[in-house]
Design a protein around this ligand. Sequence first.
Ligand code: B16
Ligand code: MG
Length: 216
Amino acid sequence: MKTKAIIFDLDGVITDTARYHFKAWKMLADSLGFGFTEADNERLKGVSRMDSLNIILEINGAEDRFTLEEKEALCKTKNDNYIQLISQITPADILPGISDFMAAAKAAGLSCAVASVSKNAPAVLKSLGLADSFDYVADAKKITRSKPDPEIFTVCAESLGFKGSDCIGIEDSQAGIEAIHAAGMKSIGINVTVCSLEPDIHLKSTAELDFASMVD
Ligand code: B16
Ligand code: MG
């Protein structure tokens, strides 16, 4: 097989935590009297916590309203909201098609990795029962640049001992698809609604993942 590894995004690909990130930011935005819609939220997917807050402040013309300390407190409030929301996650929350796709990849001798910039990724993987299911999980604390920078995908490929062109990345965000392409990988997009850059394979949901026809 030409492909040596599959690199999965977490939020919105392996499980539907993307909606919890939205809810947690929406709770914070509401408490501050800020506007924040699901369309705005597309810009936050794959983007770090502080960068996400900065986008919400920019949307509301409030870039200069808070000190760094205050912004760190706002990020903590959002994360507390998020941790509360994800506390009920179980293996039943793995999205349809993901387990079969991973099993087929492993059976074909491919490696699997997780490229999530979320610092909560290890806890989410544990709740899903997937803590030991991947050959490599990127450490978000060591990633210095959010998607669309290719850093996290390149780190995953190199840690597995492969080149970007050996890998396929799966993402649900525009920033993630850009990051995958910048890392030299083929992309599978899951319901990527805002995208200036088309994924190589575009799917409406993870239920459409099919290893035999999509991985060469
Ligand atoms: P945290 P991914 C990203 O995860 C999310 O898409 C994004 O919405 C979130 O802000 C970011 O993780 C940071 O998450 O606040 O938990 O550290 O899509 O790369 O799996
Ligand atoms: Mg995502």
